[in-house]
Design a protein around this ligand. Sequence first.
Ligand SMILES: *[C@@H]1O[C@H](CO)[C@@H](O)[C@H](O)[C@H]1NC(C)=O
Length: 255
Amino acid sequence: MRLAVAWLLASKTCLAVQTGSFLELQSLWTKPAWSQQDGGTVCAPVGLADLLRLQALVGEVAQLLRLAKARWLLSHGSLLGAWLHHGPVPWDEEADILLFAEDFQRLLAVLGAEDWLAQSRRVSTPGSSFQIYEGTPVGALRYDVHEHRDQVGLWLATAVTFRLHSGARDDPVQLDAFLAKANGSHAWTDSAVLPLPLLLPPRRLRFFDWLLPAPQAPRRVLELWYGPKFAARRKCALRGRSSSCLHRLWRPATP
Ligand SMILES: *[C@@H]1O[C@H](CO)[C@@H](O)[C@H](O)[C@H]1NC(C)=O
């Protein structure tokens, strides 16, 4: 209950900037008054430096995917951002895309990482485990390939996480390229089963200065990922006052 109240407060804080263009929102580069909370800052836009690094990262990955002749779609939080802001959600320094199996293989091939699983190591976390392979840097990029399973070994997700080579190993500015498995009629990634006609053929949505490939029916896809009130459910970061450290929690300060 307390969590629900906290969440409601967090989403209200987010709602304060629900409308407006991407540029308007990005003009709030310094922490706006409404974002100040006890113990941290909620929903504050990412700093300009990280925003530009995210743009560079998306550009680099898009170029790599072009080289690999791999098709892809904006997904998850990036689709949400493209739909609502014509760019990333202002407080999200992660980008998300999805690729179907054949294209995911093309991506692994251009990285020289087709055999990543054989060279991966296993990491156990409470309630799940994953295999991770830390790839050698490619051009301006570094990447990890990882596959997640639940306790009984059921597949949860496979993704390549890209970061800028110039950044830290755990740089929060990152791009997750998710494998979308598909049968003849549906596709699924980590968190939703999506009818293929909602995804294909791709359409283009503005993201930063580009028109990038996106699902055919963005609103429907966002509803499946985040629920019918997806506009209010954008993940907020609680940024500490004293450090740039980011706590990915649904937890604003207790009132
Ligand atoms: C594909 O998967 C979906 C969702 O699990 C299922 O409803 C559908 O019947 C499957 N289609 C085929 C052709 O197997």
